[in-house]
Design a protein around this ligand. Sequence first.
Ligand code: ADP
Ligand code: MG
Length: 640
Amino acid sequence: MTQIETETKTETETETLGFQTEVKQLLHLMIHSLYSNKEIFLRELISNAADATDKLRFAALDDNTLYENDSDPVIRIGFDKEANTLTVMDTGIGMDRQEVIEHLGTIAKSGTTEFLQSLTGEQQKDSQLIGKFGVGFYSAFIVAEKVEVITRKAGDDKAQGVHWQSAGEGDFSITTMTKEHRGTEVVLHLKKAEAEFADGFRLRNLVRKYSDHISIPVIMTKEHYGDDADKKEPEDETVNSATALWARPRSEVKNEEYHEFYKHISHDFEDPLSWSHNRVEGKLEYTSLLYIPAKAPFDLWQREASRGLKLYIQRVFIMDEAEQFLPLYLRFIKGVVDSNDLSLNVSREILQKDPIIDSIRAALIKRVLDMLEKMAKKKPEQYTKFWQQFGQVMKEGPAEDFSNKEKIAKLLRFSSSIDDNTGQTHGLADYVERMKEDQKKIYYVVADSHNTAKNSPHLEIFRKKGLEVLLLSDRVDEWLMSHLMDFDGKSLQDVAKGSLDLDEVADEAEKKSQEEQVQEFAGLVERLQGVLSERVENVRVTHRLTDSPACLVVGEQDMGNQMRKLMEAAGQATPAAKPTFEINPTHPLVIKLNDEVDEDRFGDLSEILFDQANLAEGGKLDDPAAYVNRLNKLLLELSA
Ligand code: ADP
Ligand code: MG
């Protein structure tokens, strides 16, 4: 049955609907990969219950009647050993029929379908994958053979309650029923083998372990043991500490608590990499708790992906994904900001204009950058992990956040010609430390892949001179460099751009012989200009090559290859700047070319050299067939 049909039916009717395909895939993945960690289902259900009470509190700011004369937020956990059931109940906002269908039958996150489809069969089996999604409500099916959800939206008529049930095998049924209290009750019919969870002692332990940080009381009925147990009145007890974790002093919060709180707010399944918890007093008063996740979520690159912080005002939850507090390049940060200065009826629109937000935002950015700087210094291995996950996003920083350019630049990491490490581990500050005494610039090369960068002909002279070159091959690199321009007073120089000025490292004897070579090959330069006039801006003798016969250089102000490809991919026409063709006067092929008297052969050889220079940089030939023909012609002459 499709979901569209539901709208035409009366709501009292029971209907059976199929889970969205993605849900089925995730359910399958989850049940198999999380079995060893099955107890986390309780954390997820309590996390949802807490979210629901948060949402109600916020909605009630506008409309007090939603409380239905009972404003006490509670989460209650009950169990029945005989029936082998476990219930998590909340007095939160609840759901109406349509919401139940949407939230408990589909995965709303945009891009999920595309992501799942892009995976190979091998990857789909990977239990790590689940960390990219978070687990959520469906984790109940790890331990339950059947799950019931009975819910009513706050403010709705009592007859508008909804009863959802499913055995997690592809479909669920939904019907309307009367529900006295607003909010949601989730009933797990435990699998026989999971009876351990219908136990007060076990449940209390789990609540304390995973949900202590929940700011709403999690209540269980006290159990009495012993001879007179039957005679005692049932008594409620609050199992968790029920205070907002971020409002507690840092020294009193254990690492495990920080971890669990992170999982609650981020819907992530793994522990965070690091966090920073701060209370600010003075002109502005707010508390922030910012986390760096250990893994990039699957939707990091999707425009509509959720991002931003959870905003609280004086402990009252206001909104999720308040993206005004952090720039895009820090979109991976998760956390909470709790302000004492904002008004409780703040809206997203107001947030966008409020100068208080600007101040908090500036301080939070600094906080994150400081946290990263400290990590880079004190825990370089952890920082490397961070960079592997989020380095590409950080590279957007200098363009987006000019005022923090220097700070961000210090955090950037690249590959370098000084080692074979394909990972990006070298910072600009380290490069500067290693610079030669007379060296004035920071050199880098940009290519499509690490190997192309590493083997670029442009690096030859730098190798010979023992000068370090940073190897850049991420899609954003050229764009990044165009915004960075300099670091620590030293300009950044693309070694494939402009005429190379290595005067600083050349000695007098070298300079003299170089000048002589320019004279000697002046004739060849002119002949080449004639043959290649359509395709090159200029031809000149170079000293940047040692092993290759020739290379291409773009003008200092021209767009590089990578940037042009980026723009073309974005559908923008790009001005085709002609490159300068540089020849190596010491290379046997060039010397041979200089002596070539047959004009036809000279033409063929010149074209081949030009095309090869293009290929060596990972470029594409305009006419690959012509190249192959010319080369074959030469090969035949060789064997003749
Ligand atoms: P997430 O919490 O990451 O959004 P879940 O799978 O845990 O994902 O829950 C899916 C959605 O179902 C929630 O976003 C919420 O809208 C709804 N939901 C789940 N549990 C409750 C509840 N106890 N009260 C109200 N809504 C709920
Ligand atoms: Mg959840």
